[in-house]
Design a protein. Sequence first.
Length: 135
Amino acid sequence: MEHTSELVEIGKIIHENSYIRKRREVTLEGIKIDFFEAKKGIIHEVKKSKSFDESHIWQLKYYLYYFKQYGIELEGILDYPKLKKRERIVLTDDDLLKIKAILNHIEEITSLKNLPKVINKPFCKKCSYYEFCYC
Ligand code: SF4
């Protein structure tokens, strides 16, 4: 049911967006797209930061993967307004394998009986799970 209703929602968004040039913020289960150009088949992720990070690429690649699961092939663009730069992102076959492996690994972690140990890395402070791990 969830798969079907999500597909209906995606179809609706694509249909609605065929008549307008761009739509800001599209929220679907687990993902939030900054803006979507339906006619061109491009989703945009806007980064306010002044620095490039590899995690930005993988976030967008995950969005492309997400749509591909519903048979929708899209491209992505990472926008860095402060840097005045854009980067085109595509999903390769290798990326698909890597994302599937990461998702499997996440499932392994979430099915553990005990929480994994904290890793004490600088990026922990920016992690969404910081409070679970350190508070
Ligand atoms: S804060 Fe995030 S990155 Fe750091 S240990 Fe916890 S889950 Fe891992």
